[in-house]
Design a protein around this ligand. Structure first.
Ligand code: COI
Length: 352
């Protein structure tokens, strides 16, 4: 792999408490090209910077694009740890298959990712709660206006030092349950991490933000009755003492944080139910006290407590509106494993 020199270094944020999610990028990026008949070629680490794209290229017209999100954590001894990176690249390949894009050699890109992070190690922030967010992306770059899978692709990895995803840190979020818009339908691309799913979510998110909510909770597209997921995270409920979350049926993201949390929940001796949970059950559960906690899970969002849900003209507050006990314990356990404060019995962490 060729490594190109960086001539101009970027300015860093001195005060890590000022890191805003996804706004600052490091000095270098990994890039690789694909052409039908030739396969992936020319892997290289180059200075971070703009690409030159033909205005006709497919991604700009038909959104043939996929991405991933994973993190690198700096531990108190200075070492760098990453969390379940193979799972991210394997999910990337599943997204690629759904979007008719070429798969990657997972071992090769894992090595490339680690090499890039080693070169950019100084960019990994030091404080607990901060990390280096890693964004692998693939775009279709054939300059062709017909609708068909592209013959050429660009794969790249960029790195961004980040603080909490939500502007209020880890304080409980206010969520609007939408029955007007839907995010994905059976047979669609809901399970793939593809830009179009997020573009389609913007109108509902924008309207929710204007009304003072942090995120939108999506219902199933058929009955508009069952909980699916939240804009940037999967969602779990502590209901009747069990952790209930939507099943993976192709319409929601198979979250790696979701998987990890469900494992931790079972190890804490609680039962997990992956089943359709209706809005009515949420409203009834809050009223009767059967629903005690709600939290989102995601790489960017980590474990994020939900304080309030609003559905049509009804707003319900979960518990006393603050982070619940289980949510706090899961947050501490997951981040404890990631930052090396507690043991990693599952082998989820890979040191860089
Ligand atoms: C992540 O959690 O890594 C995501 O990709 C969510 C993102 C849309 C911010």
């Amino acid at each position: 792999m060729e490594i190109f020199p960086v001539t101009e270094k970027k300015t860093r944020v001195e005060d890590e408490s000022e890191l805003v999610f996804g706004t600052l990028f490091t000095d270098r990026m990994f890039v690789m090209d694909y052409e039908a008949g030739r396969g992936w070629h020319s892997p290289r680490i180059v200075p971070y910077g703009p690409f030159s794209l033909d205005p006709a290229c497919s991604v700009l017209h038909y959104a043939q694009e996929i991405f991933e999100g994973l993190k690198v954590f700096r531990r108190p001894d200075g070492s760098l740890a990453t969390f379940r990176p193979r799972d991210n690249f394997e999910r990337f390949n599943r997204s690629a298959a759904r979007m008719c894009m070429p798969e990657l050699n997972v071992d090769f890109v894992l090595d490339a990712f680690k090499e890039l992070v080693r070169l950019e190690a100084d960019w990994v922030p030091h404080s607990f709660g901060t990390s280096l967010y890693v964004r692998p992306t693939m775009i279709a770059v054939d300059p062709y206006l017909g609708v068909r899978p592209s013959n050429k692709y660009l794969f790249y990895i960029i790195l961004s030092p980040v603080g909490p995803y939500y502007k209020n840190g880890f304080s409980p979020v206010k969520i609007l349950i939408s029955d007007e818009y839907v995010r994905s339908a059976p047979g669609g691309t809901g399970e793939a991490k593809t830009g179009g799913n997020y573009a389609a979510s913007l109108k509902a998110s924008m309207e929710a933000t204007e009304l003072g909510y942090d995120q939108v909770l999506w219902l199933d597209a058929v009955e508009r009755k069952y909980i699916e997921e939240v804009g940037s995270m999967n969602i779990c409920f502590l209901y009747d003492g069990k952790v209930v979350t939507s099943p993976l049926k192709g319409t929601i993201l198979d979250g790696i944080t979701r998987r990890s949390i469900l494992t931790l929940v079972r190890e804490m001796g609680l039962q997990v139910e992956e089943r359709a949970l209706s809005v009515d059950e949420i409203l009834e559960g809050v009223a009767s006290g059967r629903l005690k906690e709600a939290f989102g899970t995601g790489t960017a969002a980590v474990v994020s407590p939900v304080g309030q849900f609003t559905y049509r003209d009804r707003t319900v507050t979960i518990g006393d509106g603050n982070m619940g006990e289980l949510t706090g314990k899961l947050y501490e356990t997951l981040t404890g494993i990631q930052y090396g404060k507690i043991a990693d019995p599952h082998g989820w962490v890979e040191m860089i």
